[in-house]
Design a protein around this ligand. Sequence first.
Ligand code: 5AD
Ligand code: SF4
Length: 494
Amino acid sequence: MAMVRQDHNMGGTMLTEHISEVERQYYYMEQCHSWIKTQEEKLGRPLTASVITFGCQMNARDSEKLTGILEKIGYTIIESEKADFVIYNTCTVRENANLRVYGRLGQMKHIKKNNPGMMIALCGCMMQEPEVVEKLKKSYRHVDVIFGTHNIFKFAELIYRRITEGQMIIDIWKDTDQIVEDLPNDRKYPFKTGINIMFGCNNFCSYCIVPYVRGRERSRSPKDIIEEVKELSEKGYKEITLLGQNVNSYLRTEKEKNISFEEYEGVNSFATLLRAINKIEGIERIRFVSPHPKDFTDDVIEAIRDCEKVCKLIHLPLQSGSTQVLKVMNRKYTKEQYLNLVEKMKKNIPNLTLSTDIIVGFPGETEEDFEDTLDVVKKVKFEQVFMFIYSRRVGTPGDKMENQVPEEIKHKRFDRLKALVESQIAERNKEYVGTIQKILIEGKSKNNDEMLTGRTDSNKVVIIQGNDDLIGKVLSVEIVSEHMWYLKGKTEKE
Ligand code: 5AD
Ligand code: SF4
């Protein structure tokens, strides 16, 4: 990705040569590093930074990249918002997420008063909405840096511009075909991590803002992904989650638009990518989120069946069980097609479990439509259901529909769905008792310091007794009891 660029005058040096974007960014990291060292000498203490993440696993992964850059330029990472640099990586999939950010920014105004040298940055999906940026410019002048989802690799450069230009820096790109990886990043756990395989979404489900804020689909090259996984396995990572808004249309845009890509180890589709990663030694578990039911082709089902490392919990977003609602949602499948797909998957993949996303109260949803959703939930018996109340998003077709469902009805339906899901989970939990499950130990239990917590292949939380040296290991445990949100297990030694 060589480029010629006439840029800002950076302390007398002009960046005008042919350099890669990665090199450019390392240059800015060095510049910021020197500035931070000077500040630290002046203040006689280290400068701290904090990254606050809202939203999905894509955002969590982006935050690891942001943290990596902050560390590289010399900040000490802490978990408090009383840091010298605070960045909010935002989500805008539902309105609630936006409201929370505005609330936090309001509080930050007071915190910044006590630490005038402090910098506040905002990035992520919410920043891709022009109305949000207008509002920030008008009413949240204490924000220092604003950027979106397409240029997070420019983080160091934007911080540098803030330092040198001394005013609010806003850099939002509408879309991009650039994929810039190879920058510092700080993965949260040393044993499990996410890997981006594709970015963006072309589906335009009528409730969803993602295609507007994450741009069009583009895939990372097979070689880059495979090499990244190999590197991670060498470092001791056991579980990887392949990330994308639409993972099973990996490389589809490239094929449709005749964009050349290099096949690597036979990878030219999502199914072949699963097969190639399955061969990488050291990796024990492969997960992926999120696939789209309409793109769940037979080759993907066969790859899941054949690849022993691919977890048999598959996330298959339903959204609604009503064919009529699905049509208006622009999901491109019917209730029957979804159920047939589930049947086919269950028949072909031994030990398959399913999780899903469901939206309640989409415009025009009638009692009958909602009952179709309950019907699908009863039939499929999901392992996990992420339930959402429909939230109007400006710019999406759903927001313009006149037959919005009243809040009260939405909430009542949500509660009915929740009750059904919880009763199914309670039933399902009982089936685990007495079974042997492989779990990846993730750390100490949040609620009980003496216990460790891990997850099964089907993503159930299991608590066991054990020493910290088990963290990051895959163990076989017997499930001895079940509780609503976790299972209790014991190792053979106990
Ligand atoms: N309202 C409620 N839920 C939504 N989702 C996406 N857009 C909306 C919206 N406008 C849900 C979908 C998606 C998940 C990530 O968020 O279920 O799968
Ligand atoms: Fe949103 Fe639909 Fe794309 Fe998922 S597939 S990100 S729900 S538009």
